[in-house]
Design a protein around this ligand. Structure first.
Ligand code: NAD
Ligand code: 3DD
Length: 469
């Protein structure tokens, strides 16, 4: 480990050169971010903005970080997943003196320590903006605020190991630096949330009047969720299967739990590899969509009767129970590409009587049941495409992160009441425009007559308001 207080804690600084070479390659595949650097850097739109990132520390995220820095933001970064950091990406950022606290295979204690470091700017300052992916940083600062109001909330019995770690860390923080978050909280202007799970949590907080600052739902920008969640998963799902298991996908039955944005294109990916795909769904519309695509839509109980690879994509909990796993066919493969907390009952699996766990290689564990059958669990049920592989390719992440960057610029310059917002359509369209040239698209231009017919003002900007829910 290489550690310099306040500045970085990464696995190995000597990987920086390798990371830089991959960063240079990734930039060629991230035209949206590079265009924003060219367009905005001279304006320094994020000057004086302190941005905390809690988002997978990958090569693609490193390009996002350097874009924010080019726009003059003061950035501190941690990953949002204990397995997703690419150590050469973290090293490449660390040597540029941008504070980063992330390494692959963090323990949960280390993970939350990294999150606190990313929130802790020198001079006992906190962030003005938080770039969150999956709600962990948002959860932490809201629990922190609540604990400073009433420390007894930290004495609750934790629901799981991770909550216990968070409560203990907050107890230490309250003891070492009483009332610190209330002091820095006044500087926090916005939270931006990258993914579906985090967005749903934000709306829950908003409806419960628990949200402390305005938040922006980046996930539901069309150029994020209809690209990243779709094309990204379509490519990165197959990638992890091959890297983790080398199994032949053709002729196998793959059960995709959930047929939403992510599930739809995971199913397509597996079909392209020659698998027979079964869908489980709770939403009648998504189930109908799956059936229209000739997928068998059935229950988990039915799906268990066939030899399977299981992929959960739902951001719901208990999608695959320990009983399901115990009833699976021999050599089944189980993984999650959806939310990384509780889609699969791994805690119960690890306590299941007489089950033997053998680690095959990092992020590939074999569980042998008393009757002799076994299953393989990938990435310890956390996001498998980032745990067993390198996540989505650069071009699709350029779409997501161009949204993020435009959001930071927009948010830093405006003040809104506490609510959850989305980026306006004109920015969504701007993200798409910034990617067209690279792929050789020539857009047809509306004539004035057509624009009038469609009631579109081809020259005037849309009213730059955020859409409110
Ligand atoms: P979504 O809401 O579009 O789809 C989720 C689907 O799961 C819905 O259709 C819902 O009906 C279904 N579902 C819910 N409970 C179910 C159950 N018990 N059984 C079967 N189906 C059930 O969400 P999304 O945008 O597809 O995202 C799904 C998850 O993937 C989220 O957690 C999101 O954060 C995550 N995500 C991961 C990546 C990645 O790179 N790993 C990328 C994007 C999104
Ligand atoms: N995510 C997938 N691949 C990623 C990559 N290469 N870098 C950073 C993050 C990456 C996760 C995103 O899709 C996130 O936006 C989500 O989970 O929705």
């Amino acid at each position: 480990m290489d550690f310099k207080e306040w500045l970085y804690k990464v696995a190995d600084l000597s990987l920086a050169d390798y990371g830089r070479k991959e960063l240079d390659t990734a930039e060629k595949e991230m035209p949206g971010l590079m265009a924003l650097r060219q367009k905005y850097a001279w304006q320094k739109p994020l000057a004086w903005a302190r941005i905390t990132g809690s988002l997978h520390m990958t090569i693609q995220t490193a390009v996002l970080i350097e874009t924010l820095v080019d726009l003059w933001a003061d950035v501190r970064w941690a990953s949002c997943n204990i397995f997703s950091t690419q150590d050469h990406a973290a090293a490449a950022i660390a040597v540029t003196w941008v504070p980063v606290f992330a390494w692959k295979w963090e323990t949960l204690e280390e993970y939350w320590w990294c999150t606190l470091e990313a929130l802790s700017f020198p001079g006992w300052l906190g962030p003005n903006l938080i770039v969150d992916d999956g709600w962990d940083a948002t959860l932490f600062v809201h629990k922190w605020f609540g604990a400073e109001n009433n420390a007894s909330i930290l004495d609750k019995t934790p629901e799981n190991e991770e909550e216990g770690i968070i409560l203990n860390l907050l107890k230490k923080v309250l003891k070492d630096t009483p009332n610190r978050w209330h002091t820095v909280m006044k500087d926090l202007k916005w939270i931006s949330e990258e993914t579906t799970t985090g967005v749903h949590r934000l709306y829950e907080m908003m409806k419960a009047w628990e949200l402390l600052v305005p938040a922006i739902n980046v996930n539901d920008s069309v150029t994020k969720s209809k690209f990243d969640n779709l094309y990204g998963c379509r490519e990165s799902l197959a990638d992890w299967i091959k890297r983790a298991t080398d199994v032949m996908i053709a002729w196998k039955v793959v059960v995709v739990c959930g047929y939403g944005d992510v599930g739809k294109w995971c199913a397509m990916s597996m079909r392209w590899y020659g698998a027979r795909v079964i869908i489980t769904e709770v939403d009648p519309i998504c189930a109908l969509q799956a059936a229209m695509e000739w997928y068998k839509v059935t229950t988990m109980e039915e799906a268990l009767k066939e030899w399977n690879i299981y992929v959960t994509t739902t951001w719901n909990l208990d999608i695959i129970t320990v009983e399901d796993i115990a009833n699976m066919k021999d050599e089944a493969i189980v993984c999650n590409i959806g939310h990384f907390d509780n889609e699969i009952q791994v805690d119960k699996l690890n306590k299941y009587p007489w089950v033997k766990k053998i680690n095959i290689k990092p992020q590939v564990d074999k569980y042998i049941f008393p009757d002799g059958h076994c299953i393989y669990l990938l990435a310890e049920w956390r996001l498998v495409n980032l745990g067993c592989a390198t996540g989505h390719p650069s071009f699709v992440m350029s779409n997501s992160f161009t949204n993020q960057t435009l959001a930071q610029i927009d948010l830093w310059q405006k003040d809104y009441e506490v609510w959850v917002y989305r980026l306006p359509k004109y920015l969504d369209e701007e993200v798409a425009r910034l990617h067209l040239e690279q792929i050789g698209v020539k857009l047809t231009k509306l004539t004035q007559k057509q624009a009038d017919y469609l009631w579109i003002d081809v020259n005037g900007p849309y009213k730059p308001e955020h859409y409110r829910y």
